[in-house]
Write a protein that binds this ligand. Sequence first.
Ligand code: 3PG
Length: 321
Amino acid sequence: MTKEELFKTFHNIGLVPVVKIDDASKAEKLAKAMIDGGIPCAEVTFRTEAAEEAIKRMSKAYPEMLIGAGTVINPQLAEKAVMAGAKFIVSPGFNPETVEWCLHHNVPVVPGVATPSEIEKGLSYGLNVLKFFPSEASGGVPMLKDLSGPFSQVKFMTTGGININNLPDYAKASNVLAIGGSWMVKADLIANDQWDEITRLCKEAVIKLQGLSLAHIGLNTPSEKDALDVASQFEKLGMTVNNGNSSVFMNKEIEIMKKMYFGKNGHIGFKCYDVERTAYFFEKQGFTVNKDTVTYDAKGNMKFCYFNEEIGGFAFHIVKG
Ligand code: 3PG
C-alpha cells in the first residue's frame, strides 16, 4: 500500500484507536473486537513491553488491518516496529532522527506537532499529514481551524482528550484526516477481556463520526404539472414552495421530483459530515455507490451520491450537510 493509499484509508475509516496493551497474548482478540466494531486500524503504542509482540500478532492474524506503531520516540523503536509488521509510525512529538529514518526506509510517518513552527518543520520534510497532539490541551478544534488558514495543505490525525462527545466537532473540521484516541480501547477494557464492550464503543464511534441525519424525503411525480399539484397540497399545510429545475422543494424537508426518478416510492436524502467517508461506510454495510450520480465540490471532494440499492422501496443518497 502506498503512503497515499494509506492516508486515504485513514480518512475513510476516520478513526485510529490508540492502544496500550500489557499482555500480547490478547492482541488477536483485541484486533478482532476492533474489526467487528468497524475499525480495522490501530496505533499500538510503545508504552508497554508487549507492544512489539502485539503488533506482530495482530499483523499476522489480520494482515488486512492497518496496524501502526505509536509513541515511537527514536529511530531504534521505529525499526523495531517496522520489523514487527507496523505499516506506519506515529510519534507524540517531532524527532528529526525518527522522521529521517522513516523517510529513508520509505515508511509512512506521522510525527506529532502542536505549533505552527513544528508544522513548518514537517513541511520542510515534505510531510503534509501530521499528528496534532495533545489536541484538546493544545487548543482543539478552534486551533485546528486557525491552522487551516496558513497550512491549508496539511491534514491532521488528532489525538489527546478526544471522546465520543467531542468527536463530531473534530469530524466536521475540514483539516482533520482521522481522529485518534484511547477511549474505544481503554487499557482496563483490554485487561478485563471486555471485547464486546470494545466492539460496542468502536461501533458507536463509527456511527457518530458519520453525522448522519435526515435531509429530506423525495417524492416522484411524472411531470412538472404533477409536482406543482402535489406542492399545492403541502402549501395548504403552511410549507413554502421553492420551484427548482428538476424538483420542487417544500421547505427543505420534502422534495417533489418533476419526473419518475430513483426509488419505487421515492428517495430519502441523508446529510453527513463527509460524503466520501460515509460512502465508504455504507459500502462496508453492503450498499454500492451509484457512480453516475457522484458530484464533487471545487476542491475535488465528493459532495453527493446515490446508492444502487433501495430500502423499503426508497432510493437513498447522501449529501454534505
Ligand atoms: C496518544 O498518544 O495519541 C494519546 O495518548 C491518546 O490520547 P487519549 O488517551 O486522550 O485518547
